[in-house]
Design a protein around this ligand. Sequence first.
Ligand SMILES: *Cc1c(COP(=O)(O)O)cnc(C)c1O
Length: 386
Amino acid sequence: MTSKYKGINTKLVHAGEPRPLIEGAVSLPIFQSSTFEYGGSKQNGPPRYIRLNNTPNHTALHEKLRLIEGGEAALVTASGMAAISTALLAVLKPGDRLMVQSDLYGGTHSFVTEDLPELGIGVDFIDTNNPSDWTDRLSENTKAIYVESITNPLMKVCDLAAIVAFARDHNLVSMIDNTFTSPINYRPPEAGFDLSLHSCTKYLNGHSDVLAGAVIGRRDLIEKCARKLIHLGGALDPHACSMLHRGMKTLNIRMQRHNQNALEIALFLQQHPKITQVNFPGLPDSPYYSLAQHLFDGCGGMLSFEVEGGTAAADSLIAKLQLPICAPSLGGVESLITRPATTSHSSMSSQDRQKAGITDSLIRFSTGIEDAEDLIHDLEAGLSRI
Ligand SMILES: *Cc1c(COP(=O)(O)O)cnc(C)c1O
């Protein structure tokens, strides 16, 4: 059985698919049914109900997600934030402390700074690139450490193997948001992380048409997350399950293209006279290049850069581009462009942004799967007119 599922593309297409096929349907049908006939005392497991995450659409996705990332178990959720908040609430209790990287995804940042303290859970921010800071922040109540595989929007990478080793040494649950790398470029359970979290809204679905999330990792912890999710009610609807399921089948071929396109664009931007800075861990000049080469099978489609001329020039470039759509979010087949100071990081004060190294003129680019040549021509034309 397992030998059938060795390669990633085969897993993406076949893992978790029901055998025998249901009524011969080649594509798993959508079970748009909130509840299912009860099988009496002979039924294995609890009644089937959408909120219990156990309809055929959920179980197929769980198996596919588990196998592509090498985890013991997986759970799909109604959004990336449902995955993150549910997992943190499953792992932490009042009196515990959480160690987190300082430049977190905005939604996660507000959850850990606004909601966790209300529940009596303490939060300590760490500089992930400075291990002595981790030891300094450690207390006997620290129960978990939480990082992101590539940070937003500066695309920093930290020594994730050292994070895993630190967590093991100090008996912490290690958690990572693996959204930016996707299971193609990095598989946290294989690298020793206890829990890997995803916004499946991004690369896993890949078509900017679904909101979903996932938690993948240690079976005992996934069972805790599943119980918490049932209480919090963040189940994924079967129709969205089906959309995600379809999107995932092409994940590897899309990711290879995202990886390649972003690298070509980063190389183009780096040599352009009007560009003063390019942040992409796949660039040989990046301070994170060797870490990324060591950890990842690719650097994904996300990059950020600065143009000469500040905010006005940045806005002018975004307005002149024909292909990338100016919109937040990422990981879809179409390229998206934003200025984080006005979108993902607009709730931060300009001063806090400055401290975090996010200038008001920084541009973030989510590279789609268009032809790199066309994207580069578009950027070249835009840059020549600002
Ligand atoms: C988008 C995103 C999330 C939140 O996911 P939703 O699906 O929007 O809830 C979490 N982490 C990262 C890194 C993201 O990009």
